[in-house]
Design a protein. Structure first.
Ligand code: ADP
Ligand code: MG
Length: 473
């Protein structure tokens, strides 16, 4: 057999590493549709909220300033998806009728200081202005060169001479020159603000600024940004702005200056949690385009909906469950997604949450939690605060950490309790007073692994002696 035959045979007979996986894919048609980044074109059960937004924002298409809007609702109630949907519709309608109306969307969880919000807005408007200037320059340059050959082309324009056109061109070139982008740090805030102000006011338009996760901005940097934005209209000459704030936290306006609060909350729209039936509809719509026909057994969608309804009606959780269940089915090479995959998905998502919470705990809390784990692994039940404190102290000494008082450690235990990591109850010991008894609410092995991946706790090589010492105390 010569080499060529070998190669040919290899091509025809053997399946490549990915061939099997590709051809034997009975589950997903398009997984992207189930990811959070996908913006659905249809939003069942949000028609009321979307219509309310549209009714307010339609003023922008008439050249009037829409009222400011505040949108409230828990996570996963469709606020971002609805707002983005409305903004796309608004912009496409404004293009259709050629009215100058623009929407800017900012996620304040990412862009979380006044400087960054204003800089991002300024730069977006500068970019748009530059495009407007470039278009106008094209038009005027052509007009100018035509006018040099035949002055009659100016008859039905605002210009009487070719020189007038030339001087307008020079003006526009100077404007373009002046548009200086705001650097991501370094300027004084008032300079950033005035750059933004000039950029918005460069020509006539109505601007809707959507500030998503606005509560994060206020929490991190106070309400100065909102104060400045909400009083801009009285100073703008050519343009008008309208603010749409979106908040997960229903009480965030409590922290606002009363003037900001009343200006921002001219209109309020509430996004209530979805119930299990609504979640079913939402999932069904997505499942129809994301899964192969017949890939889901009948109970999959109702079960995902029921689990997510318990999580305060969170559609994001429902979609995560459905996608994860599909991935688990795919990985186990099942033909269909079944109820069992949904239950596994629920456990996996819950574990991922725990891992993330534990990973981001402060070191002191990690040491306290590690003490609880060591006791639990040694078969101690109804662990009390004193026992935790003794082990905690020795662990601290071992890794050279500060030793907190037993009182502070008790507080840290309460925090772990609130996070759902331990389950603590106060028990009365009669005349010996009261103590807390606790157990771990999360899987031991996984939690321990996360703790030991912390560089400081990872130094504890053999923890067994500390637990033994408990019996010597
Ligand atoms: P919020 O901003 O309120 O936290 P999102 O708008 O991000 O919630 O929604 C979370 C996820 O659920 C997104 O993937 C979104 O596409 C989806 N979603 C929410 N509501 C609906 C709905 N009514 N129809 C279809 N998908 C929805
Ligand atoms: Mg959102």
């Amino acid at each position: 057999m010569d080499l060529e035959d070998v190669v040919l045979e290899a091509e025809s007979d053997t399946q490549g590493l990915f061939d099997d996986l590709l051809s034997g894919e009975p589950i997903f048609e398009n997984k992207e549709v189930l990811r959070p980044s996908y913006t659905p074109h249809e939003l069942p059960h949000r028609t009321d909220q979307i219509n309310q937004m549209a009714t307010i924002l339609v003023s922008a298409l008439r050249g009037e300033t829409p009222s400011n809007i505040l949108i409230y609702g828990k996570t996963g109630t469709g606020k971002t998806a609805s707002a983005k949907f409305v903004s796309q519709e608004l912009e496409s309608t404004s293009q259709k009728y050629d009215v100058p109306c623009e929407v800017e969307y900012i996620n304040c969880e990412v862009t979380d200081t006044q400087y960054r919000v204003l800089a991002q807005l300024a730069n977006k408007f500068i970019e748009k202005n530059e495009r407007v200037i470039a278009d106008r320059l094209d038009t005027y340059r052509e007009l100018h060169s035509n006018a040099l050959e035949d002055p009659n082309v100016l008859d039905r324009t605002e210009f009487s001479t070719a020189e007038a056109v030339a001087s307008r061109i020079a003006e526009l070139e100077a404007d373009a020159e002046d548009m200086e982008e705001v650097p991501m740090t370094g300027w004084p805030t008032d300079r950033v603000y005035s750059t933004f102000f000039d950029a918005v006011d460069y020509h006539e338009r109505v601007v809707v600024i959507m500030l998503d996760e606005i509560d994060k901005l206020v929490e991190k940097s106070g309400d100065d940004t909102l104060y400045n934005l909400s009083r801009m209209n009285s100073e703008l000459t050519n343009s008008r702005i309208s603010i749409m704030g979106i908040s997960n936290d229903l009480k965030f306006t409590d922290f606002l200056d009363p003037r900001v609060k009343s200006s921002l909350g001219e209109e309020e729209i509430v996004f209530p949690p979805y119930d299990a039936n609504q979640l079913r509809d939402i999932l069904q719509h997505r499942a129809d385009i994301s899964f192969k026909p017949d890939a889901l057994t009948d109970d999959v969608i109702p079960l995902c909906a029921a689990f997510a309804a318990q999580e305060h009606g969170d559609a994001r959780r429902a979609l995560d469950l459905l996608r994860t269940a599909g991935e688990l089915a795919e990985r186990s090479q099942a033909e269909t997604v079944s109820e069992e995959h949904v239950r596994q998905a629920q456990d996996k998502i819950e574990l991922d949450r725990v891992v993330e919470v534990v990973r981001t705990l402060p070191t002191q809390s990690k040491i306290v939690l590690f003490a609880v784990i060591l006791l639990e692994k040694n078969g101690v039940h109804n662990i009390n605060t004193g026992e935790v404190f003794n082990i905690y102290k020795r662990l601290c000494e071992e890794i050279d950490a500060d030793v907190l008082t037993q009182r502070r450690v008790t507080d840290l235990i309460s925090e772990l309790d609130m996070l759902g990591i331990v389950n603590a109850v106060v028990v009365s010991k009669g005349r010996y007073g009261r103590t807390k008894e606790m157990g771990l609410s999360v899987p031991v092995e996984e939690t321990e692994a996360v703790l030991l991946s912390d560089s400081r706790l990872g130094d504890i090589e053999n923890a067994q002696p500390f637990v033994q010492a408990r019996f010597d105390n």
